[in-house]
Ligand binder design. Structure first.
Ligand SMILES: [Zn+2]
Length: 206
């Protein structure tokens, strides 16, 4: 999970979201009504997906695990808790089906003051909460919110760990001896960067 920079939507699309959100507020929509409204807004969802795809790291990568194909628009604050946020652009993130349907689902833990525990990569830098051990591909929590984020999104799923570690090993091997920009800090311990996305893109996608 790395920082995602949220783009500003075209004014006509932003107006459509505003209008639809107003409709939900006026009708005091509950979760089923919000889901129905969201499901019926196919053209809006297609355009939103396009903007989320452009924001994602890599090609349509999930904004949570960074690995799976981002096939779903996830409501970061679930509709079960916040149905009136169905058309709230800051609440939309691109997720793979595993993160969305098998990991996060309706989970949205809060602290004792009611503040969200999960890290929203489009609202804050995950680097403040998570640390990646490059050589093993394992995330370690720096904060209690980081711990909740790792658990809810399953960021240390074995396939993800193996993939990150393999990417790091391959990338490390691509750096020419005595030349080129180092892909990552190789100072020991190798745990300085939050994600292999930190390596230069030409090397990442080779
Ligand atoms: Zn994912």
């Amino acid at each position: 999970m790395i920082r995602i920079n949220r783009v500003e939507l075209p004014s006509d699309l932003a107006d459509q979201l505003h209008s639809r959100a107003g409709g939900l507020r006026e009708s005091q929509a509950d979760c089923p009504a919000a889901r129905a409204a969201w499901k019926s807004a196919g053209a809006v969802r297609v355009r939103l997906a396009g903007h989320l795809n452009a924001m994602a790291t890599g090609i349509r990568r999930c904004m949570y695990c960074g690995d799976g194909l981002g096939t779903d628009i996830d409501h970061f604050e679930p509709l079960a808790e916040a149905p009136l946020r169905a058309f709230d652009w800051p609440n939309h993130l691109l997720a793979c089906s595993h993160c969305n349907s098998h990991q996060k689902r309706e989970l949205f833990p809060r602290d004792e003051d009611g503040r969200p525990m999960l890290v929203d990569p489009s609202a804050e830098d995950p680097y403040g909460h998570l640390e990646l051990v490059l050589s093993t591909g394992t995330y370690e929590a720096l904060t209690v919110r980081g711990d909740a984020t790792i658990k809810v999104f399953g960021l240390n799923r074995s396939d993800l760990e193996r993939g990150r570690a393999a990417a790091f090993i391959r990338t490390e091997g691509d750096v020419p001896p005595g030349g080129g920009r180092p892909a990552v800090s190789t100072a020991s311990p190798r745990r300085t960067l939050p994600c292999t996305d930190a390596v230069p893109r030409p090397r990442r996608w080779r």
